[in-house]
Design a binder for this molecule. Structure first.
Ligand code: SF4
Length: 390
C-alpha cells in the first residue's frame, strides 16, 4: 500500500528540516569540522570520497602532522604522499592531491582558494567537492551532489532518470540548487545532507522512520526507496588473477635455510607501477599474468633453476570493477640470483625510478613506502617472520 506524499516543493522547509536535524542528530566533533581552513576541509573531502569516516580518521591526523599546510604538501615528493596514503585506496586521489597542492602554490601563491568556481579549476576537485569546500570554509551558497546526496535527492523526488546520464544529472543538480537554504545555514545544511546519506538514507536499508524529510519523500510514499537512484546500466565486474613474485634476499649470502636470521637486513624486490591505472605510482611486487609468465621472466635472467619458488595462499582483492586474485610466489635468492634480478632496475638513488624498473629495497624501507594494501599485508607478514637479527 502506498501513502500519499505532501508536495515536495518547499525548498525552504526542506532545508530547515535538514539543518535542524543535523544540529540535533548529525555527526559532530569530527577532526575536520569546526575549522574554516579550506586546506584542512579540502583534505578531508578528498579522503572521504568513497571512503568511510572510520577509515579516514586513521589517516587524517597523520597526514596533517606531516603536511600541516598546502605548501608543505606541494614541496613533498609524490613518493612520500603515496606512502602516507598507502591503504586508503583510489590512489589517483593522492596523485591529484599532490598536483592540486602544487597548483595552489604556483597559481595562488600558496593561498587555498575558497570560491567554488575557482576551486573547480584545480586538479582532482569536481563540482561537488568544490561546493563542499566553499560552503564549509565561507558559507558560500552552492549545492553539493556527491554519491550519498544523489541518493537522498533521487529518493526524495522519486527521480525516474538514470543519473549516470549527463542530462539526468544536470536535472538533479537543478533540484539540489533549488533546495538550498535561502540564506545562511549552509554549513549545517551541507553537513546535514552528507550525514543523511551516510547514516539514514543508506544504500541498502534506509531508516525512513528517522528521516527529517520523510513527510514529503516520494520514494518513501511509494514504498520503494531502494528503487532509487534508477540505474539502467549495471556495472560489469571482471575477474582477474595475477602472480606476484615475492623475491627476498639477505646480504650475508647465507643458505636459504638461514636467511631469515638476517632480520631487518632482508631485502625485497619491488617494482614501481606506471603512474596511471591500478596502483599507479605505487611500489608493488613484480606482477605476472600467470605462473608461466613468471617462469619465462626468471628464465630470461638465467634463473630457471634452482630457484626454490614457494606458492603462498592466494589473496582476494576487490577493486571497484574488479575481483582480483593475487597469487604470491616466494623465493629466497642467493647474491648471484639477486644480481640477475636487479637487471632493469632504476638507479638506487634515483628519486623517481622508471615505471616497470625492479629495485631491491630493505623490508623496513619498503614498508615506509607507498604500497597497495595487499602488498603491505604480505610484506608485514614477511617482516614479522624475519624477526630481529640474532
Ligand atoms: S524518507 Fe527514507 S527514502 Fe526518503 S529520503 Fe528519508 S531515508 Fe531516504
Amino acid at each position: 500500500m502506498t501513502r500519499a506524499a505532501k508536495t515536495p516543493d518547499h525548498p525552504q522547509d526542506f532545508a530547515l528540516r535538514v539543518v535542524a536535524w543535523q544540529r540535533l542528530q548529525g555527526r559532530h566533533g569530527l577532526p575536520w569540522q569546526g575549522t574554516r581552513d579550506p586546506y584542512r576541509i579540502w583534505l578531508s573531502e578528498i579522503m572521504l570520497q568513497q571512503t568511510q569516516v572510520s577509515t579516514v580518521l586513521r589517516y587524517y591526523g597523520r597526514f596533517l602532522e606531516r603536511f600541516p599546510t598546502v605548501t608543505h604538501l606541494a614541496l613533498a615528493g609524490l613518493d612520500d604522499v603515496l606512502a602516507l596514503w598507502s591503504g586508503l585506496g583510489y590512489y589517483s586521489r593522492a596523485r591529484n592531491l599532490h598536483a592540486c597542492a602544487q597548483a595552489v602554490v604556483q597559481q595562488h601563491a600558496g593561498v587555498f582558494p575558497t570560491e567554488a568556481t575557482v576551486l573547480e579549476t584545480l586538479p582532482g576537485i569536481g563540482r561537488s567537492t568544490a561546493a563542499a569546500v566553499a560552503a564549509f570554509s565561507t558559507g558560500q551558497r552552492v549545492a553539493i551532489l556527491d554519491g550519498n546526496v544523489k541518493r537522498v535527492l533521487a529518493r526524495h523526488r522519486a527521480f525516474e532518470h538514470d543519473v549516470a546520464k549527463p542530462a539526468a544529472l544536470r536535472a538533479l543538480w537543478t533540484v539540489a540548487e533549488a533546495l538550498l537554504p535561502p540564506q545562511g545555514g549552509m554549513e549545517a545544511y551541507t553537513q546535514g545532507l552528507m550525514d543523511l546519506g551516510a547514516t539514514v538514507c543508506t544504500r541498502r536499508r534506509p531508516r525512513c522512520e528517522d528521516c527529517p524529510v520523510q513527510a514529503d519523500c516520494r520514494a518513501h510514499a511509494l514504498g520503494n526507496p531502494q528503487a532509487y537512484p534508477v540505474k539502467t546500466r549495471r556495472t560489469q565486474r571482471r575477474a582477474r588473477s595475477s602472480v606476484l613474485l615475492l623475491a627476498l634476499h639477505a646480504p650475508d649470502g647465507a643458505p636459504a635455510a638461514h636467511l631469515r636470521r638476517a632480520g631487518p637486513e632482508v631485502q625485497v624486490l619491488l617494482q614501481m607501477r606506471p603512474p596511471r591505472g591500478i596502483w599507479g605510482g605505487l611500489w608493488t611486487l613484480p606482477l605476472f599474468d600467470d605462473e608461466r609468465a613468471l617462469d619465462q621472466a626468471l628464465a630470461a635472467r638465467g634463473l630457471l633453476q634452482p630457484l626454490r619458488v614457494q606458492a603462498l595462499p592466494p589473496v582476494q582483492h576487490a577493486l571497484t570493477h574488479l575481483d582480483w586474485t593475487l597469487k604470491p610466489c616466494r623465493v629466497w635468492v642467493t647474491p648471484s640470483e639477486q644480481g640477475a634480478l636487479s637487471e632493469g632496475a632504476g638507479q638506487p638513488d634515483a628519486p623517481q625510478p622508471e615505471a616497470g624498473g625492479w629495485r631491491w629495497m630493505g623490508l623496513d624501507t619498503a614498508l615506509a613506502s607507498g604500497l597497495p594494501a595487499p602488498i603491505r599485508v604480505l610484506l608485514e607478514a614477511e617482516a614479522r617472520q624475519a624477526g630481529p637479527s640474532p
